[in-house]
Design a protein around this ligand. Sequence first.
Ligand code: KE4
Length: 427
Amino acid sequence: MDTTRSRELFDRARQLIPGGVNSPARAWTSVGGTPLFFNRAKGSRIWDEDGNELIDYVCSWGPMILGHGHPAVLAAVQEAASRGTSYGAPTAAEVRMAELVVDAVPSIEMVRFVSSGTEATMSALRLARAYTGRNKIMKFVGGYHGHVDALLVSAGSAAAGHGIPDSAGVHPDYARDTLVAPYNDLAAVEKLFADNPGQIAGLIVEPVAGNMGVVPPAAGFLDGLRNVTGQDGSLLIFDEVISGFRVAFGGAQSLFGVTPDITCLGKIVGGGLPVGAYGASAEIMKTVAPLGPMYQAGTLSGNPVAMAAGVATLEELLKPGVYDRLERKGAALAKGLGTAFSEAEIPARVNRVGSLLTVFFTGDPVTDMDSASATDRDRFGRFFHAIVEEGVYPPPSQFEAWFVSLAHSDQDIADTISAAKRALSAI
Ligand code: KE4
């Protein structure tokens, strides 16, 4: 595959931008090689600067659930932008967006929009501490919640992929009050609560882990978290930045029937433009300024063009049969990949929830960060490069999710499986 233009751009980018990228997940560090530079996408397809066309399973790391360049989203963005791009004042679009989110997400009676998932989780932590008056928080090994100081502890996603799950520059005082447990290990969580009674402001969890690769919650795990936090008076925070509007319109909390105290949203809620959100009961959200003492603000929060993209996206997702179609596509891809691996006699697992999945090269179950880290990551890197050569673009890291969109046709999925079979013969 000719990647001359990407390599030229990468050489220039690396002189100007750390690692040549504006987010480490894009750097291909864990798989090696030169990241492709893209300049166009439509539906399930994406084109790089050298004109190579690929079937896209990164989908901007989740937002493009409708597929790239959906006409309703483009029209809404163009119409909003024609009236101006930012006012720094309230707009009707924010009201419409808030109505959609409050109606969709069981735990949310009131919501505040921000500009990224990181801002959402950072604000959720501050809210939990402000509401409870407590200082400690708990997260899971391999959980990634954006680059919030207190949460860059045993973090997943590219932080783990780059071998810096505990980032440099985080003041030890910020991390000191962060307790960590293995994902799916309810006993470890219960012990931490027993050892820190009445001291934990909140427990933040990806209800479907996406940043150690996809790891579904074990049976009873989320219910267990709900019980132990409730008994202690600690707040349960669902980081649904990936799973929100992805695994169900109401997110993992509606899929699994477990209602958290605070929910964080991002990615899909912005339809590809910068939007994050955090929400909770009115009782909890009245803590947030200007109603209450917890301060949080943002110049572009609720930006009208971003709101237009989000509203258009959610309105498309409200249409009948959408999540059945996503489930069918995800299941077909996972089944086909599984068949390809078994025909090639290569030990592999495909973890999946709906249209979220991850391929692990192992014969053992992957249920937490330890088991995800023990998989054959070198083989993943070889598989990644081989399948890119065959015209399929999965995430350039083992600790990420593949995202299937409504635009991925049956033919795309069949072509992906054929490409995987050819790629497996090369690794
Ligand atoms: P952002 O600040 O990147 O919008 O969201 C942070 C975040 C919060 N919570 C979860 C569960 C997340 O997955 C993320 C961000 N996800 C990564 C990929 N796993 C985004 C890609 C990147 O970092 O460039």
